[in-house]
Design a protein around this ligand. Sequence first.
Ligand code: SAM
Length: 242
Amino acid sequence: MADHWIENHKRDSWRRQAKSSGYRARSAFKLLQIQEKFKLIREGDVVLDVGCHPGGWAQVAVELTGEDGVVIGVDLEPCQPVEGALLLVGDITESSTQERILEELNKRVINTIVSDISPDITGNWDVDQAIAMTLVADVLDFSLDLLCKGGSFTSKVFQGVGIEELITSVKPYFSEIKRFSPMASRNSSSEVYLVCRNYMPWVKRDTSIRQTYESLLDLKLNPNEEEVEQKVFTSFKVRKKK
Ligand SMILES: C[S@@+](CC[C@H](N)C(=O)[O-])C[C@H]1O[C@@H](n2cnc3c(N)ncnc32)[C@H](O)[C@@H]1O
């Protein structure tokens, strides 16, 4: 009970700070704390903000990228405008939304992808976890090809089944992957941010991140049926035993 009270108190305190500092959501502090630790966003950067509603991260991204930066956000929900950012409405997994993002990028590459995406909660923990993980894999599959050499990808994920498999699926393409829990994240929640730095576009992707992730997860859940062949520094091949 006491722990619960302390967590609620902390959460309210971030909310109050967000209000007094002009940020729309306390989640703005999460990105600020991620930025403080990892220095992901620089002046002049092109940033893609996935799951941007109500716009807290977009506000932070605009401040960090400055006048020469480009911030494109996307969410299922429409946002109030954020000066200096273009906030699109759409489902990031749908081709019409992806095409719109490509149009707005106008052949520019992205320096930093930040994703705070959270699917609607069904209340069934296993189902929610599975949906959340595959959504992150889909975001990766769309956005990695747009990322510049040395760029970064940061996404909210939820601790639980599949997180190790997701990390293994992404690992070949970045020189560094860290998990980070900003202070502004509720301790009671299982959310954690996966910070992937220094993208290596020359690493060939034979299969999609989602396919690799799902195959690895399948192997974990049915360990005796399949084996994995891992190619060092390349993507993975998953082979079924006859
Ligand atoms: C925690 S909120 C993001 C908060 C935001 N970072 C901020 O600071 O204001 C997560 C968002 O992900 C969005 N979302 C969930 N699934 C999505 C999808 N398939 N495409 C785009 N946005 C999605 C939700 O609509 C929700 O607004």
